[in-house]
Design a protein around this ligand. Sequence first.
Ligand SMILES: [Zn+2]
Length: 503
Amino acid sequence: VSLADYHQKSALAASQVLAGYDAERFEQQLSRATVGLSFTNETASTLEGNALLDMTVRLFARLYPRLSLKFPTAAAAHGARLSRLARAVNPAIEITREGRADTGVVVGGDGEEFDTPFFAGSAGWDALVSLSGAMPVGTSANPLGAGAAACLVAANVFRRVFLDDWERHADRDLIISTYSLTRSSTPEEVPNAGWRLDKSVALAGVGAIGMAAAWALARVPMQGTVHLVDPEDIELSNLQRYVQTTRRDVGRSKAVVAARAFRGSLRAQSCVCSWSTFASEGHYATDGVLVGVDSAQARREVQASLPRWIANGWTQPGDLGLSVHPTFGGDGACLACLYLPDAATKNEDELIADALGIPSRVVEVRTLLHLGTPVPSDLLELIAVGLGIPLTTIASFAGTPIRELYLNGVCGGALLPSYSDGQIRRELHVPLAHQSALAGLLLAATMARVAVGAMEPVTTATRLNVLRAITSDLTQRVRRRGDGRCLCDDSDFLQRYVKKYPS
Ligand SMILES: [Zn+2]
C-alpha cells in the first residue's frame, strides 16, 4: 500500500490526538483501512449533495491510501469526477468499486455496503450526521451545512479507524446549525440564497483554515467581493490538510490557488502579500476580516488594523473553533484580548527545553546551545522520558548538538511524542484535515451570516472537540479582559475605531 508522499505530516497530526500513539501501529491501521463513500444519483445531483461528496473526498484522499466508491451506474459521471479529484489530491491512492469496506460515509441509500456506515446529510445551513439511518440531503443552493457535515462525518470515520472505543465517541444523531452555532436546526425564515455583501471583506491567511473557508465561499449564493490575502506559496506538506489544493498546486501561491476555485457569484481577488502590506496599501477600510492566520502575533496585527468586525478560526490541541467580534471597544472581547501573550515571549533556551519535555533543565540547555556540543546521554534519557518516547527512538540522536536535536527531532517530526490531547503546545500543533476544514467552514458561515444581516452585537466563542462526540453548549459569550493590557484598553485605538465607523 502506498501512502501519500506527504504522509509524515498526517502521522505527526495523528500522534497529537491519539493517546498512546505508536507510529508502526498507526501505519498498520492506515494501510489496512479501506474507507468508503456511497451515494445515489439523486443525492449527487443536488448542490448540497455535490458539496458534501466533494469535501468528503478531499478529506479522505489526503489521509487514507484506499477509497471505496459505491454508486449506481446512473451516477457514473459523478463517480468519475470524484475519482479524478481523489487522484489529483493523492496520485498514489487506490480507488475500488468492488468488495466490502469496513466503514464509510453514506449520502443517500441504506449503507449496506459498509460494516459500519455513517450517514451524512444536510439541510441548508444544517449539518446532519447519524449512526442509525439515512439522512436527507437538501436541495438548496447553500453549501455550508453540507461542508460541515463532511468534516463531522470524517471525524467519526477517523475515530472508527483508529480508536478501539470509537463507539463511545460516535455522533449518533447530530445536527449542527452553521448559522446559529448550536445543536438545533436553523430557523426556517433564514434564507438559503440571495445573500449580498456590499462592504469589503478580506480573508487574512489562506492556510489550512483559510483554504476551507475559500472552498465554501467559492460555492455560496452570495453577491460581493472577498480579498484573499497571503504572501506564501504551497509546500508539499501543506497538502496534508489544505482541502482546496491538489498535488499540482505545490509551489503555487496560496492566495492565487484559492481564488481560482471561485466560479460562482462571489468574486475573489488574490493579494499575494502580508496582512500589514494589504492593510496599509489602500485596504485600511476593510469592513470585515475572516482570520485564518496561525500565530497570536498575526492575529493581534489584524485587530490593530481595526476592521469593523472580525471572525477568527482556530485549531488547537483540545479543540477547534470560531470567535466572532462584531465590534471593537464594547464589553465583548476583541481579538487581541484572546491572544495577549501571558508572559514575556520565551527565549530560545526556554522554548527548546519545553519542547523537549525538560523545562527544569533550562540552564543546561542554555549552556549546550552556547557550546554546540552533543547532548550528554543522561539528558537524552530525560528527554525520552519528557516526551514519553522509547530510549531506542532517541538513541540515534547521540552525538547531536541540542539545536539540531530540536530542529530535526521535534520540528521535523522524527521524535514523535505520545502526547495525549491537551498536552501539546500550540506552536507545535499539527491538526488533522477535518479539524482545520471545519474551522474554515465556520469562518465562511460567519461571512454568510453577515450577508443575511444577522450578526448579533455580542462577542462569542464556539468550541468543538471532534475527537469525541460533539457536546451541547457549543457557543458562549466572551467578555473583554479589561486589565489595561489590551488594544481595546487604549484610548487612541478606541478613538480611531469610532472615527473610522461613525455610525
Ligand atoms: Zn481587547
